[in-house]
Design a protein around this ligand. Structure first.
Ligand SMILES: [Fe+2]
Length: 275
């Protein structure tokens, strides 16, 4: 198992850090498999190709649901795909991931599967919010204690926290049954530390961007299927796959933008009623 990457040195002279976040590729062992009308290998390939054209990106974060079929091969496929990027890549688990396979494959690959990295005046803290066997999330007491310990010891370091599950409702009733079940406790802990500037997550397959007690909360579209915002039941959205760019200023500011693939190449199955 490789040792963690402790420090990442940002490229920009002004000390800002540019992070790209992608989420929820839902890959299969077989790259020809289609997921509700979209081939997730093809859509992730297209997202990575567009990301490779972005200038100044310092690192890539994949915020869970790397796999749809839990196979070791799907993780190997992911590592092969991101290996072509000239960037450090970080990954954390989602509810569709199988931690044992994810840990063994990513641990032996260039992808970093770790909890913390320092980047200039910033640090990125990556949490495991998964609960084996259910789609909802939970930040266990051990993770909350670890988070508190790191934040107590780094009051002068701007902080971005990343996890898979959403800590506030999306407005989609079906998805909000599967949110972080202790989101309020998690956010109230973070709000005690003014150096925490933002939280990013995946899971919801749609964009979110709001302020909560001084913390910016952001969700990113999936690289595969999209969920229609504000829908009571399961409905797929025809918006294209995407990713998020985050420019983290040395003064603690966050400048962020969601980018999607152009065109209409990836069309979900209009009859899909769940997955
Ligand atoms: Fe997902």
């Amino acid at each position: 198992m490789k040792s963690p990457l402790e420090h990442l040195h940002p490229e920009a002279e002004d000390g800002s850090v540019v992070l790209a976040q992608l989420s929820d590729p839902h890959l299969f062992a077989d790259r020809n498999n289609v997921f509700l009308g979209i081939n997730p290998y093809d859509s992730l390939s297209a997202v990575l190709a567009q990301l490779a054209e972005e200038s100044g990106v310092d690192a890539l974060l994949a915020s869970g649901d790397i796999s749809q079929d839990h196979s070791a091969e799907s993780y190997q496929l992911f590592t092969n795909m991101v290996d072509n990027l000239p960037l450090p890549v970080f990954a954390l688990p989602g509810n569709h991931d199988l931690p044992s396979h994810m840990h063994s494959v990513l641990g032996a690959s260039p992808v970093h599967y770790q909890r913390r990295v320092r980047m200039g005046n910033w640090q990125l803290l990556m949490l495991d919010s998964t609960v084996l066997g259910i789609p909802a999330g939970h930040v266990p007491l051990s993770e909350l204690r670890w988070l508190q310990g790191v934040l107590e010891a780094s009051t002068d370091t701007h902080t971005m926290v990343a996890l898979h599950h959403h800590a506030v409702p999306t407005g989609c009733a079906w998805l909000d049954q599967h949110s972080l079940d202790n989101g309020a406790e998690f956010l109230s802990l973070l709000a005690r530390y003014p150096q925490v500037k933002g939280v990013v997550w995946g899971h919801v397959h749609q964009e979110m961007d709001l302020m909560h007690e001084g913390i910016r909360l952001m969700a990113v579209p999936s690289t595969s299927i999209q969920f229609l915002p504000n829908s009571r039941g399961f409905v797929l959205d025809t918006q294209q796959p995407g990713y998020r760019l985050l420019r983290l200023g040395s003064d603690g500011s966050i400048d962020t933008q969601v980018k999607r693939l152009t065109g209409h190449e990836f069309v979900p199955d209009p009859t899909a009623s769940g997955y």
